[in-house]
Design a protein around this ligand. Structure first.
Ligand SMILES: *Cc1c(COP(=O)(O)O)cnc(C)c1O
Length: 380
């Protein structure tokens, strides 16, 4: 008989065991509180360097980074931007806030990332950009995306929020977009609590992103603005946390991989449950989130209820964007996107913090396995 875990195991908790407190204290003692100063600049340059980019522009969230990226690229009313339907709402809201139309693409049934065949089908003469988004630990198959974009003259805004430290073939995620974005939200591999960053190699785009982040203050007459921007700076205190997080990110990534592989071997033989592959021909899974897809919504909901009783927290998968009430009137009309529909209905993920001990991982895996087995379809 498996006992409930006490206290319950959270889906995610931040790991702040490095120099975070020391660097925050230093920032405050040196008088750096706002978005100015050496901590922000150092965080930008170290992050950019880590991901092979020339420029990093720190902002207050990953969602704002997406908005600023599209604005910097001049996305405007009448334009279409291709967005995976299986992702966070931010990818679509950034498009809508430019006055452009998000066009949704279904997920790949095995990796859960944007399907390349479905992407190809959705490019029109109005398409201006694609937002490939790496989801849950595997990257999008980027080479075909980059080729399609080049052939059709489209910008690529790479959403690498969940893929810090991940590689696509031998390139870092975050290095492949004309602009790439990161999030430093509390559940991300590198966190500043709240925060994000734009990354690019193009000096003009970097200047535009910096201006847009900082209200587009005038260069000569500070309070004369020729364009509207955002007040979206990352504070020095947050950047100080980020600098400490960069020092320890490789260890956390390695731990997440170990946890993912342990779950993988405990759960891969389950008959009625789909999990993401540990390897594809272009990447190994870093298991940012360890997901399971059940046979239908009712089974998924039942599994989550049983796991809650076992003290194992879970989260449902993204609800696909083509089914979002908030986007009904502004998105390109889409019928069903069957793979994402299935993922949204039947998927959930389990605890994966790098802070989990081996024994906790083992205990969670045993409870997940037992729960899934008890829900197997026995009708044959
Ligand atoms: C976390 C995340 C973002 C941005 O999130 P913020 O909370 O705004 O920092 C964007 N895209 C993806 C895929 C994410 O997971």
């Amino acid at each position: 008989m498996l006992k409930p875990l006490e206290p319950p195991v959270p889906v995610s908790e931040p790991a702040l065991a490095g120099n975070e407190l020391e660097y925050v204290t230093r920032s405050l003692k040196e008088g750096w509180l706002s978005g100015q100063g050496p901590f922000v600049e150092q965080f930008e340059s170290e992050t950019a360097q880590r991901l092979n980019r020339r420029f990093g522009i720190a902002v207050n969230s990953g969602s704002t980074a997406l908005e600023i990226a599209l604005a910097a690229l001049g996305i405007a009313p009448g334009d279409e931007v291709i967005v995976p339907t299986f992702t966070i709402i931010s990818c679509a809201s950034a498009v809508v806030r430019c006055g452009a139309t998000p066009v949704f693409v279904d997920a790949d049934p095995h990796t859960w990332n944007m399907s390349i065949t479905d992407l190809d089908r959705h490019i029109t003469s109005r398409t201006k950009a694609i937002i490939p988004t790496h989801i849950y630990g595997l990257p999008v198959d980027m080479n075909p995306v980059l080729t399609l974009a080049q052939e059709s003259g489209l910008s690529v805004v790479e959403d690498a929020a969940q893929a810090f430290g991940q590689d696509y073939r031998d390139r870092p995620c975050g290095s492949m977009g004309e602009i790439s974005i990161l999030s430093f939200y509390a559940n991300k591999l590198v966190t500043t609590g709240e925060g994000g960053m734009l990354l690019t190699d193009d000096e003009d785009l970097a200047h535009r992103c910096r201006d847009l982040r900082d209200l587009c203050f005038g260069r000569n007459e500070r309070f004369t603005h020729s364009e509207l921007g955002w007040s979206a700076r990352l504070s020095s205190v947050q950047a100080a946390i980020g600098l400490a997080q960069l020092e320890t990110s490789s260890a956390r990534l390695q731990r997440k991989c170990e946890i993912g592989r342990a779950y993988n071997s405990a759960l891969e033989s389950l008959a009625d449950v789909q999990i993401a592959p540990a390897e594809t021909d272009f990447a190994s899974n870093h298991f940012w989130a360890f997901g399971l897809v059940m046979r239908d919504r009712a089974t998924r909901d039942k599994a989550r209820d049983l796991l809650r009783e076992y003290g194992v927290s879970t989260r449902p998968f993204f609800w696909p964007l083509h089914r979002q009430p908030a986007l009904e009137d502004v998105a390109f009309p889409t019928a069903t996107l069957p793979v994402a529909d299935r993922l949204g209905d039947a998927g959930f993920y389990i605890p994966g913090s790098p802070t989990l001990s081996d024994s906790t991982v083992e205990a969670v895996a045993a409870r997940v396995r037992h729960t899934c087995e008890s829900l197997e379809d026995t009708r044959g």
